[in-house]
Design a protein. Structure first.
Length: 101
């Protein structure tokens, strides 16, 4: 298990924007999205190596109930939480975030 967890500066923005979008469709759905992101984040922190790698090399976990993945990577002893991405978007775009950290 990594000893340090670091979040990309836009990680919270990703979550807030998706939650806002879901709340516009159905009140309370945004809160459900945030709860699933929190649970998935806890699962990643507990055992990041169990999750698959994307073609870009980052790891990801699909969020249950929502069409999103949580992107992250492990470098040395650090867990980098990169963002939350809608599955209709290309994971390749998120390589830039890895380069920014």
């Amino acid at each position: 298990m990594p000893s340090n967890v670091r979040y990309h500066p836009l990680f919270d923005y990703d979550v807030r924007e998706a939650a806002r979008w879901y709340d516009q469709r159905s009140m309370g759905l945004g809160d459900a999205f945030v709860a699933i992101v929190r649970q998935s984040t806890a699962n990643v922190i507990a055992d990041p190596e169990r999750f698959a790698r994307s073609t870009s090399g980052c790891r990801y976990v699909r969020l249950p109930r929502f069409a999103y993945v949580l992107l992250f990577d492990v470098i040395d002893d650090e867990l980098l939480m990169l963002g939350v991405l809608h599955t209709a978007r290309s994971i390749e775009k998120w390589r830039e975030r890895l380069a920014e950290i």
